[in-house]
Structure formats: C-alpha cells, structure tokens
Design a binder for this molecule. Sequence first.
Ligand code: PLP
Length: 426
Amino acid sequence: MSTTTTVPIRTATPTPPKREVASTREDFPILKRMIHGSPLVYLDSAATTQKPEAVINVLVDYYHQTNANVHRGLYALAAQATDKYEGARAKVAKFIGAGETEEIVFTRNTTESINLVAQSWGTKNLKSGDEILVSEMEHHSNLVPWFMLAKRTGAVVRHIPILDDGTLDLSKWNERFTNRTRLVALTHVSNVLGTINPVPEIAEMVHKHGALLLVDGAQGVPHMPVSVATLGADFVAFSAHKMLGPTGVGVLWGRRELLEAMDPFLGGGDMIRTVSMTAATWNDLPWKFEAGTPNIADVIGFGAAIDYLESIGMTEVRRHEIELTEYALEKMHSVDELEIHGPADPQLRAGVISFNHSDIHPHDLSTYLDRKGVAIRAGHHCAQPLMERLGQTATARASFYVYNNREDIDTLIDALQSAGRFFGRR
Ligand code: PLP
C-alpha cells in the first residue's frame, strides 16, 4: 500500500512570482459583487476568508483533470491525485516550519483538530483530578472539547483570566499551575479581541511545569509568519478556510513522538495496516489519523492557497494588517459612540476589531451595514465566556485580510456614522 511511503518535505518547489498586497483585490472574483446595490466590502475574514481565482481554478482543474481516490489506485490518475494531495501536505509542513511532513494531519477544521487531541491524547493520558488550563478568551472550539474530556475522565478545566486591556493576566499563570496540570490549551490570537498571546514565553512556562501546550492557531497561522518550532507548542490546530483555502480542511500539527503514542481518532479505511475479523493494526503517521476518503480536492486547493500567501510573503501579510488595523483604530476612535475592545497597540493585535455602539445593538448595526454592502459579524463569536467578561451579550466585529484596503475602512466608518444618524432619529 502506497500510504506507508515517507513523503519528504519539498524544499525545491519553484518560488512563485512576488505579488503586491495592494493588487490582490483583483484576484478575488467575489469582491466584484454588488450587495444591495453597493460594492461588497468584506470585513468578516476572521469567520472565513474569500478565495482567490488561483484556488478556485485549482479546484476546477482537479475535477476536470485528476479526480481519483488517493493512496489506493495503481493507475496513473490515482497516482497523480495522491501526489497532489501529499504535495499539499508538504507545502503545509514547509509553511509552518514543521520538521517532518508526517507531523501534518488533515482534518475538517480547527475544531476537529482540537477534538482529535482531546479524544486521542486526552482520553489516554488524563486521569481523574488532572487539570487542563484554558484562557478566558478562548473560542468554544478550544473549550467544549476539554469540557467533554473532563466529563469522560474526571479531569478539571481551570482558566486564566484576562486583564481589562484584553491581554492575558500572566501574573495569574504561576498560581494556576499545580502538580496536576497536564495540558494548557490556548489561542494564539483572539478571534474577538485580536490579542496576540506571547506563545513562546508561555510555552516555556508550560514546559517548566511539565505540561503540554496546544495552540489554537485558527487566527494566528493565516495572519503572520508562524513557525511551530518558534512557537514552542506541542500541538497546533488551524483551518484552511481562514487562509484563502477551501472549507472542509483543517490541520493538526503535533510533535511526532506525541502523535506516535496516540491512538487513532476515527476507525475505517486508510488508517489501518492490517485488519482481521477480530483486530486491526494502525497505519503510519499521518494516515493513522485520516480514516476514510479525505477531502482530496480541497486539500489540493489549500496547497494553492499556501502558494498564493507565499507569493505575497507572510511578513508582508502581517505588515499590511498592522497598517490597516492602525488606520481603522484611529478612524474608529473618532466615532464617539464606539467602545473598542482589545489592546490599543496595533503591534499587539491582529486585524480583528470588536466594538459596541452605545445606541445600537450589534445585530442592528450589522444589518444596517449590510444594506450599504459592508459585511461585518455580530454576535458572541463563539466566545460566550469572553462576552461575559466584557459585560456584553454580543459585539460587532470587523476583520481584515490581504484583499482589504483603506477605502474599505473609510466605507465602514461612513456606514457607522450613517447608522448613528439613522438610529438616532428613531
Ligand atoms: N478558534 C478560533 C480562535 C476561531 O476563530 C475559530 C473560528 O472562528 C475556531 C477556533 C474554529 O474554527 P473552525 O470553525 O474552522 O473549526
């Protein structure tokens, strides 16, 4: 079976031509759409990003030219599909600086990647009374799997609070660790506050206490250069759809020795080496964790999204977001009715700005802005404990990516001012 072949990380992929961030807009067909008679201003990339033509073309081309199941077929088409699928894995490994391609497991999304660790690592390694530490700014994806694990094993979930400025209260870290702390599950970047957590320092602290660190990279990996070696984490989870790739593809990166020692997550085809009528043995990494036919086309599309991001350069992606965030914060501060959450310094935050309007509920604001073609998110953003900490039931949230520009922010500000006048009159 070809699945036992080791796939080397491809270091010799040709460097794609450099792309200017200012010209990326043209590459996204959806941005030509009109919404309620106005050009679409898409400010919800923290929920999901738009897809460049290059990714869409790769998906269409795959179904036109290469469609076949992977790992099994002995014919040319199947070998080509397998090559492209495993080639995408090698691109992901290189993109996050993983030491080995086998450390990249494809899942459906960040949520599934975290559940995989909770199930396969947690069930085996946690006992009653063991402790898992999370923070007050986590997405439900990085809370609920641990609650479920705690229920199964008798482990306890404890949390680290945040400060009023939206950063972690690091002074509370040492006192939260006990000799029962086994795992810290922490987001790299908050999907509400935009806060970038100092993961490398935290990793050091976690390891000093003999625990492991899982990083929810859903809002980190897409927006800045991330190397798993520099992060110092033991597991990192992220989603393709938040970084220009298709929906339905997630990544779990884990240190090889941890993944090796874990039991499979799901059982079925492709994840086995042998099966008898009474037992089975498992395939090698990473296929041990990829039961059944994977999401072949979308994984290959994800590879194209990585090529696209690399053609801009992640340092440039980050620089562009800092510039936009700085501009947006300055403009938003000029609207008196807005309360802006999260750190004030754009260097300490990603391109995500949550806010509340003193006179308008976030849902009404979002609905009003939609009438002007501006797509922002409103709600609890799957972070209800954080909403409670902020004293809100919901916030409005604008989030940026490579295709946004200052004009988008100007349109947002105009629409916010117009909303103030509209609701103020009623
Ligand atoms: N973690 C964070 C910080 C997120 O922002 C999100 C999605 O918004 C997730 C996890 C879950 O991602 P997915 O829905 O792709 O599993």
